[in-house]
Design a protein around this ligand. Structure first.
Ligand code: 16G
Ligand code: ZN
Length: 551
């Protein structure tokens, strides 16, 4: 029939690479861009099927995030704007690895049958596609469009160059029936930021121009710097200087960006002695990660890192503070507002951060690495805050939470307009609009950090001193087959090969405050080692000795 013929004809144009085994890892497929054409074409098909299955808009993003510029990748966003449902991952793998067009078409037809997806063009659907600034992106995006167009009834809507979180946001809001253009995105961020800024306890007027606190942002030579330039125009007066914006000579992610800054803890290119003491921030290549840092001294290239754990702590303090103000006052209203608040981390969270958060009385839970796991867990709370130490994270507000906050705000306007509690409700509502609830977003995260620092009148130093990070070390060991290691308990314990965890335990026992775990990477053929101890030397030693156990 027509559908089968179309699929056969189109897939012949995108033959798979020889001898490459592809896997839909923590963040989709990622490889050297030169082998990805057929994969991206096939993921286009998958996204189209997903759109038919759900009857909603689906997102397809071409990016390899913080990887080197010659790599690229593709991932799919589900109707909520979150990651592709995990039940479809095996199908994604099967599709990407099918060796002939016949096999591919057979797979698609069988899968569609199993999922009750009609392939007769009786329904229509849309896939939103976008890419980051990688030079290979244009051709790959074209392959994705061919894939989407290979399923009758589904059309691709090309949104051009976007950050990953922008695309997720657009999928999220458009599926709610709201306007989701790039202009709408910038408007939502800038207006909610202004609202937060104006509701600070110190002054009530819009005084952005007076807040001459300087901020310098490293755009990783990627899409984030460009988009921040656009956002800045709508925040007339905010003192942000953008470096590594992608317009100059610098190479994407090379010696710059959030991943580099967080892992190496050294000054990114374009920064140096002129920045001592200044508040600096760094995005990754597709702007879904954010870390802050300072350059402590002119004589060294080491930085003081303010990582995802500290951003999480700042957000948690602020949210908790607003909830406390509200709790004291909701008795005066008819609305009983007691949302559950939870904090989600991974094993990479610095032990000092976990201790700090627990001491604040917060509920802290752990999941394996990868946004899909953290996000899912955070969604179990009325307000769930999640962050990876590497700077990916966001805040989720349940529908219940938003549906109560809005009337509560109006009621408080009547009984105590301009009061502390009225403002607290206003701030929480502004946060629900500012923070990207589809996925972690460096741009919206940056604005929320800035608003909270201004609200509390804190310097980056005050923020950084909330607690002292325990010294830590990360290493990676190249292996032929990373699946030789299997873990459990949010990746903190090895279950395979047998005996390895016991060997790790006996190393850990030698170091005061020692903590160490290993896990197979989801993005590279390596086993990662993380160690923490009371001194840097001890953390280094512990990591090295455990790395030797796997080598
Ligand atoms: C991906 C994940 C990130 C995780 C990282 C771990 C998403 C969107 N991104 O970049 O959350 O921290 O992989 O990489 O889920 P690894 O498995 O190689 O250590
Ligand atoms: Zn990224």
């Amino acid at each position: 029939d027509n559908q089968r013929d179309l699929l056969l004809k189109e897939s012949d144009r995108f033959p798979p690479p020889q001898g490459v085994r592809l896997s839909y890892g923590t963040a989709g497929f990622r490889e050297d861009a030169s082998v990805l054409l057929s994969t991206v074409y096939r993921v286009g098909i998958l996204a189209a099927l997903r759109a038919l299955k759900t009857g909603k808009r689906i997102g397809l993003m071409i990016t390899a995030s913080h990887n080197k510029v010659s790599d690229n990748g593709v991932k799919v966003a589900d109707p909520s704007g979150g990651m592709l449902t995990q039940d479809w991952e095996p199908f994604a793998n099967a599709l990407a690895n099918a060796s002939s067009s016949q096999d591919l078409v057979q797979l698609i037809i069988e899968f569609a049958e199993k999922e009750n997806i009609l392939l007769n063009g009786s329904k229509s659907a849309q896939v939103l596609v976008a890419r980051d600034t990688r030079p290979s992106g244009e051709l790959l995006l074209d392959a994705a469009k061919h894939g989407i167009g290979s399923i009758i009834g589904v059309v691709a809507h090309d949104l051009g160059i976007l950050t990953t979180p922008q695309l997720h946001w657009m999928v999220h809001v458009r599926n709610k029936g709201l306007n989701g253009s790039e202009r709408d995105y910038f408007h939502e961020l800038s207006s909610s930021f202004r609202c937060l800024f104006n509701s600070n306890p110190n002054n009530s007027e819009w005084k952005l121009k007076d807040w001459d606190n300087q901020l310098v942002v490293d755009g990783a030579n990627g899409v984030g710097g460009q988009k921040l330039e656009m956002l800045k125009e709508m925040l007339n007066g905010l003192a942000i200087e953008i470096r590594n914006s992608g317009k100059g000579e610098g190479v994407l992610n090379e010696g710059v960006g959030a991943d580099f800054v967080q892992k190496e803890k050294i000054v990114p290119l374009g920064f140096g002695s002129q920045d001592v003491g200044i508040r600096c921030a760094s995005f990754d290549g597709d702007a879904d990660r954010l870390v802050y840092f300072t350059v402590p001294s002119e004589s060294s290239n080491r930085i003081n890192l303010v990582d995802g754990d500290k951003i999480l702590s700042l957000f948690a303090i602020f949210i908790e503070e607003q909830l406390t103000i509200l709790a004291a006052r909701t008795k005066a209203t008819k609305i009983d507002f007691r949302p559950t608040l939870g904090v989600v981390q991974t094993a990479y969270a610095n032990g000092a951060s976990t201790q700090y958060l627990k001491a604040l009385g917060l509920e802290v839970v752990f999941t394996p690495t990868g946004v899909k796991y953290l996000h899912e867990k955070a969604a179990e709370y009325d307000i769930g805050i999640y962050f990876e130490a590497n700077g990916h994270g966001t805040i989720l507000f349940s529908d219940y939470c938003i549906s109560v906050l809005q009337p509560l705000y109006w009621e408080l306007s009547d009984v105590s307009s301009g009061s502390k509690s009225h403002k607290a409700a206003l701030r929480l509502l502004a946060v629900t609009r500012l923070i990207n609830q589809a996925v972690g977003d460096a741009l919206s995260g940056l604005l929320l950090v800035e608003a909270i620092l201004q609200h509390k009148n804190w310097s980056i130093q005050t923020w950084s001193e909330l607690y002292q990070d325990l010294p830590s070390r990360q290493l990676k060991v190249k292996v032929v087959d990373r699946t030789m290691v299997e873990t459990t308990n949010a990746e903190t314990e090895v279950v395979k090969p047998p005996g390895l965890q016991e060997a790790i335990n006996s190393k850990i026992a030698k170091y005061p405050k020692g903590r160490c775990f290993i896990r197979p990477s989801g993005t590279e053929d390596v086993i990662r080692v993380y160690a923490e101890a009371s001194t840097q030397e001890a953390a280094d030693d512990l990591a090295t000795s455990v790395a030797k156990l796997v080598d």
